[in-house]
Design a protein around this ligand. Structure first.
Ligand code: GDP
Ligand code: IMO
Ligand code: MG
Length: 425
């Protein structure tokens, strides 16, 4: 099978975890390449619900190897908790999970800085981060003051930790944020470091070997294109490259190792956190989408902002990522909505626009131009073939394909593994 990249084409929470889980069946290795515990990927299997933050969603398929690549920022306490939780639920992780020795470490001071910076920011500069320390950890990486997982294997890590805590406490003091207790952190870390020792390895070499042996690799994106640090709605973005380019830098594989790209996209749009969102619905339709789609953050529990499908965003994502086909999720959430709208262009400062502007303030002034569709007003949740969908639902899927210029390869009409099917028509 071809090596596949699955990534979010909107503002995250498109249903990546669920689609990765479905594709994992055909893969040998599943790789996360960016982000950290800001991600929350939900998978429902046999009535059980799993929310994964760091471990690739492929872990729920027996025998698959999972890799946390060098582009991920790893919170070691959270990682250990996730491993233990899975093992307690009968999912074997030891021996199947490799953690890059080049991945940067997220520690409590990063989280405290994340919270402190958000608290201090003026209301219009607040990002609404997940407060998982992601921005400060990537900032350390770029400033070359970061700390990599491999360094935890060196005997002198406690000294490094003490130095780091001292530096960071100075920054925390300036923010009036709670300080980190170096001694308590060191004691807690001893157990964590021992636990993680067998998992930390050179994943770049392991992936090169996998490519050489033609093992099938599935790359699992976190966040979404509009949260990418370069292509998203800056500064209301995350701190990594969640777009296709992030695979090469975040896993250490060459571009040719990716054979095809699947964009995961919801049949409508959501966003959690601050920043522009042209198709946002602040009315009862938005509330209906939130209620039916259970649109509450998998990581923070925050209500997600909901709105219509934005074809301008989808086309932009398709171009940046080289998307070959869509996995279109949550079609069932539109079951009771009538009429349904899709944004086909923006109007901004008296001009029609077909692309996403770089400037967030400008995007904030964009008014969506909509086309309207019939709702189907009947349940789709048990449908397993495209031809069994109501005619209006088929028309809606076709409209998404036409307006984005790409086929839908996968359709999802419910949260379970069984609510996903391939389009054969
Ligand atoms: P991710 O971050 O992209 O993996 O997405 P999340 O897990 O944060 O959010 C997606 C949510 O939608 C989860 O609660 C999934 O269980 C749920 N979900 C995924 N696909 C579908 C679908 O087709 N229909 C419905 N109703 N729920 C879905
Ligand atoms: P998954 O992988 C949705 C958002 C935050 C905030 C911004 C920056 O589950 O799709 P950060 O903590 O990364 O510094 O926050 O990005 N954000 C997400 N939104 N899904 C995610 O991940 C997200 N990860 C970060 O809400 O607006
Ligand atoms: Mg999520």
């Amino acid at each position: 099978m071809a090596n596949t990249l699955l990534l979010g084409a909107q503002w995250g929470d498109e249903g990546k975890g669920k689609v990765v889980d479905v594709f994992s069946a055909e893969a040998d290795i599943v790789v996360r390449y960016q982000g950290g515990t800001n991600a929350g990927h939900t998978i429902e299997v046999g009535g059980e619900r799993y929310v994964l933050h760091l471990i690739p969603s492929g872990i729920l398929h027996e025998g698959k190897t999972c890799v946390i690549g060098n582009g991920v920022v790893v919170e070691p306490f959270e990682l250990v908790k996730e491993i233990r939780d899975l093992e307690q639920r009968g999912v074997a992780v030891r021996g199947r999970l490799l953690v890059s020795d080049r991945a940067h470490v997220v520690l409590p001071y990063h989280k405290a800085l994340d919270a402190g910076l958000e608290h201090r920011a003026a209301a219009d500069r607040r990002i609404g981060t997940t407060q998982r320390g992601i921005g400060p950890a990537y900032a350390d990486k770029a400033a070359r003051t970061g700390w990599r997982m491999g360094e935890l294997l060196e005997d002198d890590w406690p000294e490094t930790l003490r130095r780091r805590v001292e530096e960071k406490n100075r920054a925390l003091r300036e923010l009036d944020a709670p300080l980190v207790d170096a001694a308590a952190l060191e004691t807690a870390m001893r157990e964590i470091v021992d636990f993680l020792r067998p998992y930390i390895t050179d994943t770049v070499a392991a992936l090169h070997e996998a490519v050489r042996c033609r093992r099938t690799i599935l790359f699992e994106g976190a966040q979404g294109t509009m949260l990418d640090i370069d292509y998203g709605t800056y500064p209301f973005v995350t701190s990594s490259n969640s777009t296709a380019g992030g695979v090469c830098t975040g896993a250490g594989v060459p571009p040719r190792a990716i054979d095809r790209v699947i964009g995961v996209i919801k049949a409508y749009t959501t966003r959690v956190g601050e920043g522009p969102f042209p198709t946002e619905l602040k009315d009862e339709v938005g509330e209906a989408l939130r209620a039916k789609g259970r649109e509450f953050g998998a990581t923070t529990g925050r209500p997600r902002r909901c709105g219509w499908f934005d074809a301008v965003v989808a086309r932009y994502s398709a171009a940046i990522n080289g998307i070959d086909a869509w996995a279109l999720t949550k079609l069932d959430v539109l079951d009771d909505i009538h009429p349904i709208r899709i944004c086909v262009a923006y109007e901004c400062d008296g001009r029609r626009m077909e692309t996403v502007p770089a400037c967030s303030r400008r995007l904030g002034r964009c008014k969506p131009v909509y086309v309207e569709f019939e709702g189907w007003r009947q349940p789709t949740v048990n449908v397993t073939r495209f031809q069994d969908l109501p005619a209006a639902a088929r028309s809606y899927v076709k409209a998404v394909e036409d307006l984005t210029g790409l086929p839908a390869e996968i359709l999802s009409v419910g949260p379970g593994r069984e609510n996903t099917f391939r389009l054969t028509s």
